[in-house]
Structures are given as C-alpha cells and as structure tokens.
Design a protein around this ligand. Sequence first.
Ligand code: PHE
Length: 359
Amino acid sequence: MNELNALAESARAAFAQAVTPAELENAKALFLGKSGRITELMKALAALPVEEKKSRGAAINLVKQAIEAALQQSRQALVDAELQVQLQAEALDVTLPGRRRGQGGLHPVSLTLERIEAIFGSMGFDVADGPEIETDWFNFTALNTPQDHPARSMHDTFYVEGGTDEAPHLLRTHTSPMQIRHAVQHVKHHRAADVAAGRLSDGLFSGDMPEIRVIAPGRTYRVDSDATHSPMFHQCEGLWVGENVSFKDLKFVFTDFCRKFFESDDLVLRFRPSFFPFTEPSAEIDIQFQTGPLAGRWLEVAGSGQVHPNVIRNMGLDPERYIGFAFGMGPDRLTMLRYGVSDLRLFFDGDIRFLSQFE
Ligand code: PHE
C-alpha cells in the first residue's frame, strides 16, 4: 500500500515538473506507458496467488486512476498557463476610449452667409453668384470709378495675368461688380420682348420690367492683412432697383435685416454720410446694441447709397425712369460681432479647435 501511494506521489511530482506538453507526455510514459510502472505492476499480478490477485489488482487500479487524474490536472494546468501567456501578449486595454468619428460642421462665415440669404430671401431678394477674377470694367469703370481712383492702385488691388494694359484682369476688390452683371442680365431678359416688337432699339431701357431685388455674397480680395483685415474676405452686395425705390426703403430693409440677423429688436442703426463713386448720396451704416458686451458702441457694418445715374446707365437702364439703392456688407465682421470673435484671422487659419465651437 505504502509503496503504491509513493508511486502516485512521484507521478504527481513528475507531472508537476513538466513545463511543456512534450515533457508531460514523456512523464506519462514512465507511469502509464506500455513499459511504465503501472503496466509492470499489472504484469507482476500474474505471479500472485488468486486471493491476493483480487485485492492487489483493485489497489493498483485505484493508483492508476489517481495517476490519470493527476495527469489530466497537469494537462489542464499547461493549457491554462499557455492561455495566460497568450492573453498577456495580446493584451487589449478595453478601458481605452474608442476613436470617435469626426463630425463636420459649417464654417462660422458660411453660417452667416446662410443666415443672410435666408433673411433677404424672406424679403423677396434673389441670390446671385459671380466671378472672383474680374475685368477692370466691372470692378471699377462701370461703377463710375475714375481711372485715377486710389482703389485701383497696386497697393489695394491684386492684378492677375490674362488681361491687357487697357483692360487688366484682377481679383474683385468688392462684390459691387455683381450690381452691373446681374442688372445687365435682368434688363437683357426683359427688353427682349420690346426689341422683338420693334418698340425699342439700342438705347437705354425705359420699358416695363419687374424690380431688381438681389443679393450677391462671395469672396473678395485686397492687399491688406492685420487683426481685422485679411487678403481674402467676404462681402455681400445688395441691390434694389425699381421706379419708386428710395432711401427710406434702404433704411427699412437694412434695419429689418440687422434686427433679424442679431435677434435684437431694440438694435439701433445710424446712416452716416460717406462717399462711394457708384452711389450718390452715400452712407456708411453703423449699428448699436442696447444690451450685451458691445452695448452703446457704434459699429460699422456696411456701405450703402442710392445707385449713381451713371451706374444705372451702365446697367442699360434709363435713369429718368429707374432708381435704386445698393449696399455692401462684410459677413466676416457680422460673424465676429455675432459670436464675439476679436481676430478675423482665426476664421481663415483652419484650426479645428476654433472652428468646432460653431458646429
Ligand atoms: N463696395 C463698397 C465697399 O467695398 C461697399 C458699397 C456697396 C457701398 C454698395 C455702397 C453701395 O466698400
């Protein structure tokens, strides 16, 4: 009995020492193999007398079962250890926060442009789009801007290749060329019937046509760069031409726009006399908030005026019948005022940390 227990013990010890499955199988052969210790003991049974055979055989069987159980345990231990090693090697930190999918959003200036279009749209204004590379004619000459006007100088205007000395090409310095472009299209469209009916020749149009009511937002360019000026900036032009349009209408429309844009019913506007070659009279438009961090200060938001008769003529219209007003505002500045941003350059640096605040 003692000897059998000792055998079981040494099997357990041998199995426990094995570090790889191969070592364990070798150890198994020593005890349970064809010429292992258990097989030897079984063979030895044959020599025993019948009465002893039975009890001895049963005892050997018990030990054999004990050894098999120990083997099974050691096998499991090796599998567990291997799994443990693998888990360590392929460790996955499930506490790491997942990578989120970046969500795009509209640029703050685009939000402002959408807002401007929606508000003027509700007042019956169309939205027009035009080229950023302009001719000298549309940007200056047609807008009654004399040849020697300082705005034409290289200090203010980016000239580009492609034009001639007499008709240079440039990056538009304002959206005002859209006044001419849009009005010319509008007039052409409505005078076609008169021309076809022989009622009209080449002269200025004084026939019937629906009013021109349009805004033209877009990019503009000037040689200028500091905290409140960027070489590329935005403008939005407004034009209203009809038979009975007056400064009173300009005041009403622009006041209504500003109050809606800033969601401030008590906002006050001031029309300060100014000068532009293409309007006469001209006014700078200032706004004043009654509440909030900017309360009490006059802030310039637009240039405006009654369209100059020479400009009306360049639109193809007879200034004896048609009259209008125009304005040009800065959506970048409107965005700065609306969100309390103090440096214009932040809008064009492309820093996601800044831009994502407006999503
Ligand atoms: N184009 C002018 C500017 O850039 C603004 C303006 C537009 C003024 C229309 C009057 C009428 O400053």
